[in-house]
Ligand binder design. Structure first.
Ligand code: GLY
Length: 427
Protein backbone atom coordinates (compact mmCIF):
# COMPACT_ATOMS: atom_id res chain seq x y z
CA UNK A 1 0.00 0.00 0.00
CA UNK A 2 1.25 3.51 -0.90
CA UNK A 3 0.06 6.16 1.55
CA UNK A 4 0.10 9.93 1.12
CA UNK A 5 -0.02 12.01 4.33
CA UNK A 6 -1.15 15.64 4.04
CA UNK A 7 0.35 18.17 6.43
CA UNK A 8 3.63 19.31 7.90
CA UNK A 9 3.46 19.18 11.68
CA UNK A 10 4.51 16.82 14.44
CA UNK A 11 1.09 15.14 14.26
CA UNK A 12 1.79 14.28 10.63
CA UNK A 13 5.31 13.15 11.54
CA UNK A 14 3.72 10.80 14.11
CA UNK A 15 1.35 9.45 11.45
CA UNK A 16 4.19 8.98 8.96
CA UNK A 17 6.31 7.23 11.60
CA UNK A 18 3.48 4.84 12.46
CA UNK A 19 2.76 4.16 8.78
CA UNK A 20 6.44 3.53 8.07
CA UNK A 21 6.40 0.85 10.81
CA UNK A 22 3.44 -0.94 9.18
CA UNK A 23 4.69 -3.94 7.16
CA UNK A 24 1.75 -3.58 4.77
CA UNK A 25 2.79 -0.06 3.84
CA UNK A 26 5.25 -0.12 0.93
CA UNK A 27 5.88 3.60 0.74
CA UNK A 28 4.87 6.78 2.52
CA UNK A 29 4.67 10.13 0.75
CA UNK A 30 4.06 13.47 2.43
CA UNK A 31 2.65 16.73 1.10
CA UNK A 32 4.46 18.88 2.03
CA UNK A 33 6.05 17.15 5.06
CA UNK A 34 9.02 18.60 6.94
CA UNK A 35 12.72 17.73 7.43
CA UNK A 36 11.93 15.09 10.08
CA UNK A 37 9.28 13.45 7.90
CA UNK A 38 11.74 13.47 5.00
CA UNK A 39 13.80 10.82 6.81
CA UNK A 40 10.88 8.39 6.49
CA UNK A 41 8.84 9.55 3.52
CA UNK A 42 9.31 11.20 0.15
CA UNK A 43 8.18 14.80 0.58
CA UNK A 44 6.35 16.47 -2.30
CA UNK A 45 5.79 20.15 -2.96
CA UNK A 46 2.41 21.79 -3.11
CA UNK A 47 -0.55 23.00 -1.14
CA UNK A 48 -2.27 20.13 0.72
CA UNK A 49 -5.48 22.18 0.79
CA UNK A 50 -5.72 22.26 -3.03
CA UNK A 51 -8.10 19.40 -3.95
CA UNK A 52 -7.08 19.33 -7.64
CA UNK A 53 -3.38 19.20 -6.77
CA UNK A 54 -3.85 16.47 -4.15
CA UNK A 55 -5.91 14.40 -6.60
CA UNK A 56 -3.36 14.82 -9.38
CA UNK A 57 -0.55 13.91 -6.97
CA UNK A 58 -2.38 10.82 -5.73
CA UNK A 59 -3.04 9.65 -9.30
CA UNK A 60 0.50 10.36 -10.49
CA UNK A 61 2.11 8.56 -7.54
CA UNK A 62 -0.24 5.56 -7.54
CA UNK A 63 -1.44 6.36 -4.00
CA UNK A 64 -3.80 3.82 -2.40
CA UNK A 65 -4.72 5.83 0.68
CA UNK A 66 -4.58 9.53 1.53
CA UNK A 67 -4.44 10.44 5.23
CA UNK A 68 -5.39 14.04 5.98
CA UNK A 69 -3.68 15.64 8.97
CA UNK A 70 -4.95 19.22 9.39
CA UNK A 71 -8.45 20.62 9.02
CA UNK A 72 -7.84 23.04 6.11
CA UNK A 73 -7.69 20.34 3.37
CA UNK A 74 -10.88 18.79 4.76
CA UNK A 75 -12.80 22.05 4.70
CA UNK A 76 -11.45 22.72 1.20
CA UNK A 77 -12.97 19.46 -0.06
CA UNK A 78 -9.89 17.28 -0.54
CA UNK A 79 -11.71 14.17 0.72
CA UNK A 80 -14.62 14.87 -1.64
CA UNK A 81 -12.32 15.14 -4.67
CA UNK A 82 -10.56 11.88 -3.77
CA UNK A 83 -13.84 10.06 -3.10
CA UNK A 84 -15.21 11.11 -6.49
CA UNK A 85 -12.09 9.69 -8.11
CA UNK A 86 -12.38 6.42 -6.15
CA UNK A 87 -9.22 6.94 -4.08
CA UNK A 88 -9.45 5.94 -0.40
CA UNK A 89 -9.15 8.90 1.93
CA UNK A 90 -8.99 8.94 5.70
CA UNK A 91 -10.75 12.20 6.57
CA UNK A 92 -14.29 13.53 6.32
CA UNK A 93 -15.99 15.34 3.45
CA UNK A 94 -16.23 19.13 3.55
CA UNK A 95 -19.84 18.81 4.68
CA UNK A 96 -18.98 16.44 7.53
CA UNK A 97 -15.94 18.46 8.60
CA UNK A 98 -18.35 21.27 9.53
CA UNK A 99 -18.44 19.50 12.89
CA UNK A 100 -15.11 21.26 13.42
CA UNK A 101 -15.44 24.20 11.06
CA UNK A 102 -18.61 25.62 12.67
CA UNK A 103 -19.11 25.57 16.43
CA UNK A 104 -22.76 26.49 15.88
CA UNK A 105 -23.26 23.53 13.51
CA UNK A 106 -21.59 21.18 16.00
CA UNK A 107 -23.96 22.39 18.71
CA UNK A 108 -26.94 21.81 16.39
CA UNK A 109 -25.81 18.25 15.68
CA UNK A 110 -25.17 17.59 19.36
CA UNK A 111 -28.65 18.82 20.24
CA UNK A 112 -30.23 16.64 17.55
CA UNK A 113 -28.20 13.61 18.68
CA UNK A 114 -28.84 14.18 22.40
CA UNK A 115 -25.13 14.60 23.13
CA UNK A 116 -24.32 16.12 26.54
CA UNK A 117 -22.65 19.52 26.12
CA UNK A 118 -22.67 23.02 27.60
CA UNK A 119 -25.67 25.24 27.00
CA UNK A 120 -24.80 27.69 24.23
CA UNK A 121 -25.98 30.94 22.64
CA UNK A 122 -25.19 31.63 18.99
CA UNK A 123 -24.76 35.41 18.59
CA UNK A 124 -24.41 37.69 15.59
CA UNK A 125 -24.71 41.11 17.28
CA UNK A 126 -22.97 42.80 20.24
CA UNK A 127 -26.35 43.09 21.98
CA UNK A 128 -26.89 39.33 21.78
CA UNK A 129 -23.35 38.80 23.07
CA UNK A 130 -23.90 41.07 26.07
CA UNK A 131 -27.16 39.31 26.93
CA UNK A 132 -25.58 35.86 26.57
CA UNK A 133 -22.58 36.76 28.75
CA UNK A 134 -24.91 38.13 31.38
CA UNK A 135 -26.92 34.87 31.25
CA UNK A 136 -23.90 32.54 31.56
CA UNK A 137 -21.92 34.65 34.04
CA UNK A 138 -18.20 34.18 34.66
CA UNK A 139 -16.00 32.41 33.72
CA UNK A 140 -16.98 33.54 30.22
CA UNK A 141 -16.49 31.17 27.28
CA UNK A 142 -16.46 32.89 23.88
CA UNK A 143 -15.85 30.80 20.76
CA UNK A 144 -15.46 32.10 17.24
CA UNK A 145 -17.85 30.12 15.04
CA UNK A 146 -15.40 29.31 12.23
CA UNK A 147 -11.90 27.86 12.05
CA UNK A 148 -9.40 30.06 13.86
CA UNK A 149 -6.25 27.94 14.12
CA UNK A 150 -6.56 27.52 17.89
CA UNK A 151 -7.07 31.26 18.50
CA UNK A 152 -10.85 31.31 18.39
CA UNK A 153 -11.65 30.40 21.98
CA UNK A 154 -11.30 32.72 24.96
CA UNK A 155 -12.09 31.59 28.49
CA UNK A 156 -11.85 34.48 30.94
CA UNK A 157 -13.16 35.94 34.19
CA UNK A 158 -12.87 39.40 32.64
CA UNK A 159 -16.08 40.63 31.02
CA UNK A 160 -14.26 43.31 29.03
CA UNK A 161 -11.91 40.72 27.54
CA UNK A 162 -14.88 38.48 26.65
CA UNK A 163 -16.71 41.38 24.99
CA UNK A 164 -13.60 42.45 23.09
CA UNK A 165 -12.92 38.95 21.74
CA UNK A 166 -16.55 38.64 20.65
CA UNK A 167 -16.37 42.04 18.93
CA UNK A 168 -13.24 41.02 16.99
CA UNK A 169 -14.96 37.78 15.85
CA UNK A 170 -18.20 39.55 14.92
CA UNK A 171 -16.29 42.11 12.84
CA UNK A 172 -15.12 39.40 10.44
CA UNK A 173 -17.26 38.70 7.34
CA UNK A 174 -20.21 36.55 8.40
CA UNK A 175 -18.99 36.83 12.01
CA UNK A 176 -20.77 34.67 14.58
CA UNK A 177 -19.76 33.67 18.07
CA UNK A 178 -20.91 30.92 20.37
CA UNK A 179 -21.14 31.84 24.07
CA UNK A 180 -21.25 28.82 26.36
CA UNK A 181 -21.57 27.88 29.99
CA UNK A 182 -18.17 27.17 31.53
CA UNK A 183 -17.49 23.48 32.11
CA UNK A 184 -15.56 22.57 35.26
CA UNK A 185 -13.52 19.39 35.68
CA UNK A 186 -10.51 17.91 33.91
CA UNK A 187 -10.48 17.72 30.13
CA UNK A 188 -9.93 14.59 28.07
CA UNK A 189 -9.37 14.06 24.36
CA UNK A 190 -10.75 10.88 22.84
CA UNK A 191 -10.13 10.18 19.15
CA UNK A 192 -12.88 8.04 17.67
CA UNK A 193 -12.21 6.51 14.27
CA UNK A 194 -15.41 6.49 12.24
CA UNK A 195 -16.29 4.93 8.91
CA UNK A 196 -19.68 6.58 8.43
CA UNK A 197 -21.40 3.91 10.51
CA UNK A 198 -19.11 2.23 13.04
CA UNK A 199 -16.79 3.79 15.58
CA UNK A 200 -13.51 2.52 17.05
CA UNK A 201 -11.96 4.50 19.91
CA UNK A 202 -8.25 5.11 20.37
CA UNK A 203 -6.78 5.53 23.86
CA UNK A 204 -7.79 8.67 25.79
CA UNK A 205 -5.23 11.43 26.19
CA UNK A 206 -4.91 14.81 27.85
CA UNK A 207 -3.32 17.87 26.33
CA UNK A 208 -2.07 21.16 27.76
CA UNK A 209 -3.30 24.12 25.77
CA UNK A 210 -2.01 27.09 27.75
CA UNK A 211 1.54 28.26 27.27
CA UNK A 212 2.51 28.47 30.93
CA UNK A 213 2.81 26.16 33.89
CA UNK A 214 -0.34 25.83 35.97
CA UNK A 215 -2.38 26.62 32.84
CA UNK A 216 -1.28 30.23 32.84
CA UNK A 217 -1.05 32.53 29.83
CA UNK A 218 -2.60 32.41 26.39
CA UNK A 219 -3.84 29.38 24.51
CA UNK A 220 -1.45 27.63 22.13
CA UNK A 221 -1.75 24.81 19.64
CA UNK A 222 -0.78 22.52 22.55
CA UNK A 223 2.35 22.35 24.72
CA UNK A 224 2.29 18.65 25.61
CA UNK A 225 0.20 15.57 26.16
CA UNK A 226 0.16 12.13 27.70
CA UNK A 227 -1.69 8.86 27.32
CA UNK A 228 -3.25 6.73 28.73
CA UNK A 229 -5.12 8.41 31.59
CA UNK A 230 -4.68 6.20 34.62
CA UNK A 231 -6.94 8.45 36.69
CA UNK A 232 -9.89 8.44 34.27
CA UNK A 233 -13.08 6.83 35.55
CA UNK A 234 -13.69 3.25 34.56
CA UNK A 235 -16.08 2.95 31.66
CA UNK A 236 -15.28 6.44 30.35
CA UNK A 237 -14.50 5.29 26.81
CA UNK A 238 -17.67 3.19 26.58
CA UNK A 239 -19.72 6.10 27.93
CA UNK A 240 -18.26 8.48 25.32
CA UNK A 241 -18.99 5.95 22.59
CA UNK A 242 -22.58 5.43 23.65
CA UNK A 243 -23.51 9.00 24.57
CA UNK A 244 -21.37 11.02 22.13
CA UNK A 245 -19.56 9.32 19.27
CA UNK A 246 -22.12 6.78 18.04
CA UNK A 247 -25.11 9.18 18.27
CA UNK A 248 -23.10 11.88 16.45
CA UNK A 249 -21.98 9.54 13.67
CA UNK A 250 -25.56 8.27 13.32
CA UNK A 251 -26.91 11.83 13.16
CA UNK A 252 -24.38 12.77 10.47
CA UNK A 253 -25.44 9.75 8.40
CA UNK A 254 -29.09 10.60 8.90
CA UNK A 255 -28.36 14.06 7.46
CA UNK A 256 -26.79 12.51 4.37
CA UNK A 257 -23.27 13.64 5.34
CA UNK A 258 -21.68 10.51 6.83
CA UNK A 259 -18.59 11.11 8.93
CA UNK A 260 -15.42 9.21 7.98
CA UNK A 261 -12.14 9.89 9.72
CA UNK A 262 -11.36 10.97 13.28
CA UNK A 263 -14.11 12.40 15.39
CA UNK A 264 -11.98 14.16 17.99
CA UNK A 265 -14.13 14.43 21.09
CA UNK A 266 -12.90 17.08 23.52
CA UNK A 267 -14.58 16.41 26.86
CA UNK A 268 -14.85 17.90 30.30
CA UNK A 269 -15.50 15.50 33.17
CA UNK A 270 -17.79 17.76 35.19
CA UNK A 271 -19.57 17.22 38.48
CA UNK A 272 -22.75 16.74 36.44
CA UNK A 273 -21.18 14.06 34.21
CA UNK A 274 -19.23 14.18 30.97
CA UNK A 275 -19.85 17.09 28.61
CA UNK A 276 -18.49 17.71 25.11
CA UNK A 277 -16.34 20.85 24.98
CA UNK A 278 -15.66 20.63 21.25
CA UNK A 279 -15.53 18.39 18.23
CA UNK A 280 -12.71 18.36 15.74
CA UNK A 281 -12.67 16.44 12.50
CA UNK A 282 -9.01 15.37 12.63
CA UNK A 283 -6.36 13.97 14.93
CA UNK A 284 -5.36 16.29 17.78
CA UNK A 285 -1.90 17.73 18.09
CA UNK A 286 0.03 16.96 20.32
CA UNK A 287 -2.12 14.12 21.74
CA UNK A 288 -1.63 12.05 18.56
CA UNK A 289 2.11 11.93 19.21
CA UNK A 290 1.54 10.05 22.49
CA UNK A 291 -1.47 8.02 21.38
CA UNK A 292 0.26 6.61 18.30
CA UNK A 293 3.47 5.93 20.25
CA UNK A 294 1.47 3.27 22.14
CA UNK A 295 -0.56 1.80 19.27
CA UNK A 296 0.74 -1.66 18.41
CA UNK A 297 -1.76 -2.56 15.68
CA UNK A 298 -0.30 -1.55 12.29
CA UNK A 299 -2.03 1.71 11.49
CA UNK A 300 -2.26 1.56 7.69
CA UNK A 301 -4.89 -1.18 7.71
CA UNK A 302 -6.85 0.60 10.44
CA UNK A 303 -7.04 3.90 8.55
CA UNK A 304 -7.85 2.13 5.29
CA UNK A 305 -10.65 0.16 6.97
CA UNK A 306 -12.12 3.42 8.28
CA UNK A 307 -11.91 5.04 4.86
CA UNK A 308 -13.69 2.06 3.24
CA UNK A 309 -16.51 1.60 5.73
CA UNK A 310 -14.95 -1.62 7.05
CA UNK A 311 -14.23 -0.87 10.70
CA UNK A 312 -16.51 -3.75 11.72
CA UNK A 313 -13.98 -6.16 10.17
CA UNK A 314 -11.07 -4.96 12.33
CA UNK A 315 -9.85 -7.06 15.25
CA UNK A 316 -9.55 -5.12 18.54
CA UNK A 317 -6.69 -2.64 18.56
CA UNK A 318 -3.56 -3.65 20.47
CA UNK A 319 -1.84 -1.17 22.79
CA UNK A 320 1.51 -1.02 24.55
CA UNK A 321 1.27 -1.25 28.34
CA UNK A 322 3.63 1.72 28.52
CA UNK A 323 2.76 5.34 29.18
CA UNK A 324 3.71 8.06 26.71
CA UNK A 325 4.48 11.70 27.42
CA UNK A 326 4.93 14.38 24.75
CA UNK A 327 6.71 17.64 25.51
CA UNK A 328 6.59 20.41 22.91
CA UNK A 329 9.71 22.52 22.41
CA UNK A 330 8.40 25.96 21.46
CA UNK A 331 10.22 28.88 19.91
CA UNK A 332 11.02 32.07 21.80
CA UNK A 333 7.99 34.37 21.71
CA UNK A 334 5.48 31.60 21.03
CA UNK A 335 2.49 31.90 20.81
CA UNK A 336 2.34 35.69 20.31
CA UNK A 337 5.32 36.24 18.00
CA UNK A 338 7.51 33.17 17.54
CA UNK A 339 11.09 33.82 16.59
CA UNK A 340 12.26 31.69 13.66
CA UNK A 341 15.50 30.99 11.81
CA UNK A 342 17.57 29.81 14.80
CA UNK A 343 19.76 26.75 14.61
CA UNK A 344 18.44 23.62 16.33
CA UNK A 345 21.04 21.37 17.93
CA UNK A 346 21.39 18.47 20.32
CA UNK A 347 19.20 16.00 18.43
CA UNK A 348 21.97 13.39 18.38
CA UNK A 349 22.11 13.57 22.19
CA UNK A 350 18.34 13.30 22.40
CA UNK A 351 18.58 10.09 20.41
CA UNK A 352 20.62 8.55 23.22
CA UNK A 353 17.78 8.78 25.74
CA UNK A 354 16.03 5.39 25.77
CA UNK A 355 12.48 5.09 24.46
CA UNK A 356 12.39 8.63 23.14
CA UNK A 357 11.80 9.92 19.64
CA UNK A 358 11.64 13.44 18.28
CA UNK A 359 9.00 14.63 15.85
CA UNK A 360 9.45 17.76 13.77
CA UNK A 361 6.91 20.56 13.39
CA UNK A 362 8.31 24.06 12.80
CA UNK A 363 11.66 23.13 11.29
CA UNK A 364 13.39 23.68 7.96
CA UNK A 365 16.74 22.68 6.51
CA UNK A 366 18.92 25.49 5.22
CA UNK A 367 22.26 24.54 3.66
CA UNK A 368 22.31 21.39 5.77
CA UNK A 369 21.54 23.28 9.01
CA UNK A 370 18.28 22.54 10.84
CA UNK A 371 16.54 25.79 11.80
CA UNK A 372 13.35 26.77 13.57
CA UNK A 373 10.53 27.72 11.23
CA UNK A 374 7.44 27.96 13.42
CA UNK A 375 6.08 28.35 16.94
CA UNK A 376 5.94 24.72 17.95
CA UNK A 377 9.28 23.44 16.77
CA UNK A 378 9.58 19.84 17.97
CA UNK A 379 7.60 17.24 19.89
CA UNK A 380 9.72 15.08 22.17
CA UNK A 381 7.85 11.81 22.74
CA UNK A 382 8.74 9.23 25.37
CA UNK A 383 7.53 5.86 26.54
CA UNK A 384 7.99 4.54 30.05
CA UNK A 385 6.58 1.97 32.44
CA UNK A 386 4.75 4.72 34.32
CA UNK A 387 4.20 8.47 34.17
CA UNK A 388 7.20 9.23 36.36
CA UNK A 389 9.64 7.41 34.08
CA UNK A 390 7.99 8.64 30.90
CA UNK A 391 8.13 12.24 32.15
CA UNK A 392 11.72 11.90 33.25
CA UNK A 393 12.73 10.58 29.81
CA UNK A 394 10.77 13.22 27.92
CA UNK A 395 12.27 16.09 29.93
CA UNK A 396 15.79 14.65 29.89
CA UNK A 397 15.53 14.52 26.11
CA UNK A 398 13.84 17.91 25.69
CA UNK A 399 16.57 19.53 27.81
CA UNK A 400 19.18 18.25 25.36
CA UNK A 401 17.66 20.21 22.49
CA UNK A 402 19.49 23.47 21.93
CA UNK A 403 17.48 26.32 20.42
CA UNK A 404 17.97 29.93 21.43
CA UNK A 405 15.14 31.22 23.63
CA UNK A 406 13.08 28.04 23.36
CA UNK A 407 10.71 27.03 26.12
CA UNK A 408 8.85 23.94 27.33
CA UNK A 409 6.11 23.56 29.92
CA UNK A 410 7.60 21.62 32.80
CA UNK A 411 4.32 20.40 34.25
CA UNK A 412 3.12 18.14 31.45
CA UNK A 413 1.36 15.20 33.17
CA UNK A 414 2.67 16.34 36.56
CA UNK A 415 -0.70 16.47 38.31
CA UNK A 416 -1.50 12.99 37.00
CA UNK A 417 1.88 11.67 38.16
CA UNK A 418 1.25 13.09 41.64
CA UNK A 419 -2.26 11.67 41.74
CA UNK A 420 -3.69 15.19 42.06
CA UNK A 421 -6.23 14.87 39.30
CA UNK A 422 -9.76 14.45 40.37
CA UNK A 423 -12.72 13.56 38.25
CA UNK A 424 -15.88 14.89 39.77
CA UNK A 425 -18.63 12.43 38.91
CA UNK A 426 -22.33 12.91 38.94
CA UNK A 427 -23.98 11.64 42.10
N1 GLY B 1 -4.90 19.38 20.93
C1 GLY B 1 -5.70 20.42 20.44
C2 GLY B 1 -6.00 20.35 19.00
O1 GLY B 1 -5.46 19.53 18.28
O2 GLY B 1 -6.81 21.13 18.55
Amino acid sequence: MVVLVLGSGAREHALVRALALDPDVDAVLALPGNPGIAALARCLEGDPADPALVLATARREGVDLVVVGPEAPLVAGVADALAEAGIDCFGPSAAASRLEASKAFAKEVMAAAGVPTAAAHVCTTPEQVAAALSATGAPYVVKEDGLAAGKGVVVTEDLTEALEHAAVCLARPGGRVVIEDFLDGPEVSLFCLADGRDVVPLAPAQDFKRVGEGDAGPNTGGMGAYSPLTWAPEGLVEEVLSTVARPTVAEMSRRGTPFTGVLYVGLALTSAGLRVVEFNARFGDPETQSVLARLRTPIGGVLRAASRGELDRLPPLQWSEQTSVTVVVAAEGYPAAPRTGDEIGGLDQVGQVPEVHVLHAGTRLEDGVLRSAGGRVLSVVSLGPDLARARERAYTAADRVTLRGSHVRRDIALAAERGDLDHPRKT
